[in-house]
Design a protein around this ligand. Structure first.
Ligand code: NDP
Length: 335
């Protein structure tokens, strides 16, 4: 597959121009481009420029608001709500960040109910940023019905990711961010695009039979990781980031889209805790490090997030590669 080399600055400029050419104002285009290039810089291409056609189609069709002005509201002493004004999540997350940090430091715990927005990104940026403020954080979002419930064959749940971050001193933040499906949707789409097979655990065809063909899984249903355990986590995410905050379940998000194939509209729940307020303010950081040391003493281990942090050191120098076909698609979207 032929590819195009770009510096991170070139990639950012490409994303900005493409979003602005399709109806985003500067603030929304910049926030969405920051997110995509952050993912590219960490070598997570499934949430990088690969998502740009989806973002632009949603703005161009009028479904997403490219000029969104997210609004913050305090619902309870430890509960903040952000209305994303029908825009993309990155700007709303920026607007909500400081109020959530302040609320968590004040109360020891704070939650953010983020509604009325399109989340088509990875979760680690929001939880990592909170951990850099000394907080421990969780984030959850639903998407479209891609994943069958345990024992079923029809999709009900989104691939419903969860992000978790833990603060560290003089070391990269501990972050894990994973779909509750055996495979993220973007990874499945990339496997289909590039003609690769997928593990049999990734999904089933429309007949309910296991398959390694990503195109057949795309027509059938994905599966939760670890069978019913991942499916239960996906269900939990639907309840937290959908039912509890008055936002779409994945099945409702698909109804809202009406088969147009745009990005999912929905909600996100972020929970931030201040570990210094949970009884061991002087000791919790060192205590966490004891666990990490015990893990890393074993050959073959690494901490979640470490791959991205290593990549992040390199890509400002090396730049990134994107498929030529994607580059051409993006250029065409700008005309
Ligand atoms: P992966 O399976 O690639 O990785 C999951 C987590 O496990 C990462 O934090 C990763 O760290 C860590 N990890 C991987 N290998 C190891 C290892 N050997 N030892 C320790 N930790 C390890 O992620 P997914 O495919 O499940 O998800 C990919 C992305 O897709 C996520 O960012 C997720 O948020 C996103 N997504 C977004 C959705 C949405 O609707 N917005 C829906 C579904 C997924 P590292 O990063 O360092 O490799």
């Amino acid at each position: 597959m032929s590819s195009v080399s770009l510096s991170l600055e070139q990639a950012h400029s490409l994303a900005m121009k493409c979003l602005q050419a399709n109806g985003c104002d500067t603030a929304n285009a910049r926030a969405a481009a920051d997110r995509m290039i952050q993912a590219e810089g960490d070598l997570c291409p499934s949430h990088g420029l690969f998502r740009l056609p989806w973002y632009t189609a949603a703005v161009k069709s009028g479904r997403a608001n490219g000029k969104a002005k997210p609004r913050v509201e305090q619902l309870a002493p430890a509960v903040i709500r952000v209305d994303g004004d029908n825009g993309f999540a990155p700007l709303g997350q920026e607007v909500a960040h400081q109020p959530l940090v302040d609320c968590a430091h004040k109360n020891g715990i704070a939650a953010l109910a983020f509604v009325n927005m399109f989340h088509i990104a990875a979760m680690w940026p929001e939880v990592e940023r909170l951990a850099m403020e000394g907080l421990c954080a969780f984030a959850f979002t639903a998407s479209y019905p891609y994943v069958a419930p345990a024992g079923g064959i029809k999709p009900v749940y989104g691939t419903n990711p969860m992000g978790f971050a833990w603060p560290r001193k003089n070391a990269p933040t501990l972050v894990f961010d994973q779909a509750s499906a055996a495979m993220a949707r973007g990874e499945l789409q990339i496997a289909a695009r590039d003609g690769h097979s997928v593990p049999e655990t990734a999904g089933i065809g429309p007949d309910g039979e296991p398959t390694t063909d990503p195109n057949v899984v795309l027509q059938g249903a994905q599966l939760g990781f670890g069978g019913y355990k991942g499916a239960s986590l996906a269900m939990m995410v639907e309840l937290l980031a959908g039912a509890m905050i008055g936002e779409f379940l994945s099945i409702e998000s698909a109804e809202d889209d009406g088969g147009k194939g745009g990005p999912p509209k929905g909600g996100e729940l972020i929970i931030a805790l201040d570990p210094a307020k949970f009884g061991d303010p002087e000791g919790f950081l060192a205590h966490g490090e004891k666990l990490f040391e015990a893990i890393l003493q074993q050959e073959g281990t690494r901490l979640p997030g470490a791959r991205r942090f290593i990549n992040r050191q390199k890509t400002p120098e090396t730049g990134i590669e994107i498929p030529q076909s994607l580059h051409q698609t993006i250029l065409a979207l700008m005309n």
